[in-house]
Design a protein around this ligand. Structure first.
Ligand SMILES: Cc1cc2nc3c(=O)[nH]c(=O)nc-3n(C[C@H](O)[C@H](O)[C@H](O)COP(=O)(O)O)c2cc1C
Length: 353
């Protein structure tokens, strides 16, 4: 099995318009494909005879020790693919001891995800909505229900165009709602994430608004959606706890550069001054190895989590991540790296263009 097999299983189990909603990228899906193609094009040069009998994959993020450097990006509406939705995903993340970012567009209320999963290590993703009172309220709810970080998605001043959704006249089924909002029912064909009444995106956002958000919470704040190295310094000036290099899986602005291509430049700009995570296109253990070697502290998964949840619920998610972990362990051994630190130290030796 490989991660893509979970995609095929999901395709068999969920209606085509829901499969398309998860699978699609913006416009011509050029960035979605580039994310994969550019990862594939990086070649490895293994080092031999390095005693890789015992591997150490432990990864510390926000002062918590996770089992390995893989986690879950925020994805909306998990009940689209499985009735127990985000609770199952959060249980899987707890069993695996890896980070999960719960979307503000979850189909189970953020408090119930914590209660139902007993996962005390969740991070909460939000946007700064036009309605600042609503944004503040969400952050306070996340803080008081035990979330460990606020992940602010940036780079989404407006919703990207998703033609497959428009063509399919995509709408959420009746049993799936934006559970964190009063106006829970969403009817929109392009992108339901940005269509909750009263939760409109704000194209007028600036760095001052990030500062505003930082002042509203004592939790660590991360920014998801940084692509340009020029955006690193303003983020560091605001002392954010982590940056997530992300083009949102190619779902926002088509023809945006792939994240793996931007990683060396962004990592150089960060220069170890904050944690750097990456997502968009990661499907193989070798992909994770490449990202660590090129300067990421961890890799996050979007679509694979939804596919695995559709394929087998909580167990499906655990199995899919287990598969990726096994691939990573094989890749580390054959590349001659015993630990995450060794991947970093050997970076220039094991990575070819
Ligand atoms: C179905 C779906 C829903 C998503 N919902 C959100 C969301 O609510 N907030 C957000 O910041 N990103 C969202 N994303 C983007 C993911 O967080 C992530 O950046 C992207 O999926 C990573 O790429 P990958 O799917 O190739 O792994 C969503 C992605 C998918 C596929």
């Amino acid at each position: 099995m490989r991660i893509d097999d979970f995609r095929m299983l999901a395709r068999e189990r969920i209606p085509p318009h829901i499969f398309d909603y998860i699978d699609c990228g913006a416009c011509d899906e050029i960035t979605s494909r580039a994310n994969r193609r550019d990862l594939d094009e990086i070649r490895l040069l293994p080092l031999c005879l390095r005693n890789v009998a015992d591997l150490d994959l432990r990864t510390s993020l926000l002062e918590h020790s996770f089992s390995f450097p893989i986690g879950f990006s925020p994805t909306a509406f998990h009940r689209l693919v499985h009735e127990s939705g985000e609770v199952s995903t959060a249980k899987a993340a707890k069993t695996l001891n890896i980070p999960m970012i719960v979307s503000s567009m979850s189909s189970i209320a953020l408090e119930d995800v914590v209660r139902g999963s007993a996962n005390e290590n969740l991070w909460f993703q939000t946007y700064i909505f036009k309605d600042r009172a609503l944004t503040k309220d969400l952050i306070q709810r996340a803080e008081s229900s035990g979330y460990q970080a606020i992940v602010l998605t940036v780079g989404c001043p407006v919703a990207g165009r998703r033609y497959k959704n428009v063509r399919n006249r995509f709408a959420l089924p009746d049993h799936v709602v934006a559970a964190n909002f009063k106006q829970r029912k969403v009817v929109v064909h392009n992108n339901p994430v940005h269509s909750v009444d009263g939760a409109e995106l704000d194209p007028a956002l600036t760095w001052n608004d990030v500062e505003w958000l930082r002042g509203r919470t004592s939790l660590p704040v991360m920014l998801k959606g940084i692509m340009n190295p020029l955006d690193v310094q303003p983020a560091l000036d605001l002392q954010v706890s982590a940056l997530i290099l992300s083009n949102h899986g190619g779902r926002q602005l088509d023809t945006t550069e792939s994240t793996i291509r931007m990683l060396p430049e962004v990592a150089a700009a960060v220069s170890k001054r904050t944690t750097l995570l990456i997502d968009s296109g990661f499907r193989r253990g070798t992909d994770v190895l490449k990202a660590i070697a090129l300067g990421a502290d961890g890799v996050l998964l979007g679509r694979p989590v939804m596919w695995a949840l559709a394929a087998g619920g909580e167990k499906g998610v655990i199995d899919a991540v287990g598969l990726l972990l096994e691939e990573l362990r094989i890749a580390m051994r054959i590349a001659g790296c015993q630990s995450i630190d060794e991947i970093r130290k050997n970076s220039s030796a094991i990575i070819r263009g």
